[in-house]
Ligand binder design. Structure first.
Ligand code: UD1
Ligand code: MG
Length: 469
């Protein structure tokens, strides 16, 4: 949108969260609260400038959002919302358009709502406009006072309001549109002669009126959108609203969700069409899932990329991994960071993979640990195989060529290389490189002792007799 700059207020601590972590960094659907208004400004409204006012844990907040095109204004002491905005206008000295003021702890506002708010503010030719909501319980909010023609007259805070004013159910959401030149002038005139001894941003209304400038108030259609997060109860409620929105968006885009009540998909996750999500799966972080995949119950997938036609069987945990099309993972598989499972490979139950490439068509179907390794194509890893990658000091690599057959219960002591087309006999401990096409076997030769059972019986009889004595 043309001529818009956004100021987002986020200097407060959020005392009622009862947390070591500043309120705006608490996550909703995998993203910190503050990222919602920032996203609205950057990609929704496409503001020319986005300025975030920070105070409590400013360093942590700046670090979290350092890659974005936003400015941070520091408010060392939280002296009120008017004082907070004053810190940000230093970044706007050559700006003469509209300033949109948002709150860092109001995550549910939709971009369409903001657009229609800005449009009516422009149509009205107001100097200042506030987004309001009509609510059942206005306690704690600033109340909206309108004149007989419906124009905004004043915003009065709960603590400064008369009995009569407290009856008003139209409240200030904390979201404003203000003409920049007036904002810069008006902010300097705000005093702190009020019940809280704070610089109230809301005093701008009276300042504008005194100058004969027009102020308006725009009612939001759905008050849920402007809900502010103050406690962890609010956090859970907002999370639920956004979770259902995300699931609906996915379903309308062609993803089957068997039970939306128990499916958890983070905001930034992408899922391709005709993919099927079974109950209690958790798709988190920056995960991307292709088309026609099946994600069975109780799977957790974090920051991973899955191609098309993949099956994740029940109870699998996948973190920072890449899986190519047609692969089958689980049930009960664990892919740890930097695992790469190539096309049509299979990782079965109780197999753990870490920092390894599993080549095209290769299989580790049961009970194995594969770490710090590279496996070629069509490799078979037998049950009970362990890649011994750690010598107590450092990690070492295992490299396995194409079409290698690794029998059950093999230990590969890294660093070690196994050539193409070779085989490793069950129970072998591989400590030396295996040449191409060879069989590696390191077993004690089997010995069969005949009639052992008779010796055992005799031994038993003797011991029973001893006891009887
Ligand atoms: C404010 C409004 C009130 C409105 C309510 C909506 C004023 C005076 N009151 O009240 O009319 O109904 O929001 O939720 O504006 N902040 C700073 N620095 C400060 C103070 C606040 O950055 O010095 C930030 C907070 O982090 C928060 C936002 O501004 O994101 C609102 O502050 P808060 O203290 O919650 O204001 P309220 O008293 O709730
Ligand atoms: Mg508040």
């Amino acid at each position: 949108m043309e001529g818009i700059a956004t100021i987002i207020l986020a200097a407060g601590k959020g005392t009622r969260m009862k947390s070591e972590l500043v309120k705006v960094l608490h996550p909703i659907l995998g993203l910190p609260l503050l990222s919602y208004p920032i996203e609205l400004s950057l990609s929704g409204i496409k503001a020319e400038k986005t300025i975030v006012v920070v105070g409590h844990q400013a360093d942590r907040i700046q670090e979290r959002f350092k890659d974005l095109k936003i400015d941070f204004a520091l408010q060392k002491e939280q002296l009120g919302t008017g004082h907070a905005v004053l810190q940000a206008i230093l970044f706007l000295h050559e700006f003469s358009g509209t300033v949109l003021i948002l709150c860092g702890d109001v995550p549910l506002v939709k971009v369409e709502t903001l657009r229609s708010f800005i449009d009516t503010y422009k149509e009205n030719e107001s100097t200042l406009s506030v987004l309001t909501a009509v609510v059942e319980e206005p306690f704690g909010y600033g109340r909206i006072l309108r004149n007989s023609e419906g124009w905004l007259e004043k915003i009065v805070e709960e603590k400064d309001a008369s009995e009569e004013e407290r009856m008003i159910r139209e409240i200030n959401t904390g979201i404003f549109c203000v003409k920049a030149p007036f904002l810069m002038e008006g902010l300097k005139e705000i005093g702190k002669e009020n019940a809280q001894g704070e610089y109230y941003l809301t005093d701008l209304v009276e300042i504008a009126k005194k100058k004969g400038l027009r102020c308006s108030a725009h009612i939001v259609a759905d008050p849920v959108e402007v809900m502010g997060i103050n406690t962890r109860v609010d956090l859970a409620m907002a999370n639920e609203v956004l979770r259902q929105e995300k699931l609906k968006e996915l379903m309308l885009a062609g993803v089957t969700i068997v039970d939306p009540k128990t499916t958890y998909v983070d905001r930034a996750v992408e899922v391709g069409k005709d993919t099927l999500l079974y109950p209690n799966c958790h798709l988190q972080g920056k995960t991307k899932i292709g088309e026609r995949c099946i994600i069975e119950p109780n799977s957790k997938i974090l920051d991973s990329i899955l191609g098309n036609d993949i099956i994740i069987r029940a109870n699998s945990v996948i973190t920072e991994s890449k899986i190519e099309e047609g692969a089958i993972i689980g049930p009960f598989a664990h892919l740890r960071p930097l695992s790469e499972i190539k096309t049509k490979a299979k990782i079965g139950n109780f197999v753990e993979v870490k920092k390894s490439v599993i080549g095209k068509g290769s299989k580790a179907n049961h009970l194995a640990y594969i770490g710090d390794s590279f496996l070629g194509e069509d490799v078979n890893i037998g049950a009970g195989t362990i890649f011994c990658n750690y010598d107590g000091f450092e990690k070492h690599q295992t490299i396995i060529g194409n079409r290698v057959f690794v029998g059950s219960n093999v230990e590969l002591v890294a660093p070690v290389k196994v050539g193409n087309d070779s085989s490793i006999g069950a129970g072998t401990t591989v400590t030396k490189d295996v040449p191409e096409g060879a069989l590696a076997i390191s077993r004690v030769k089997q010995k069969n002792i005949k009639k052992w059972n008779k010796r055992v019986k005799l031994q038993r009889k003797k011991s029973i007799k001893k006891k009887d004595l």
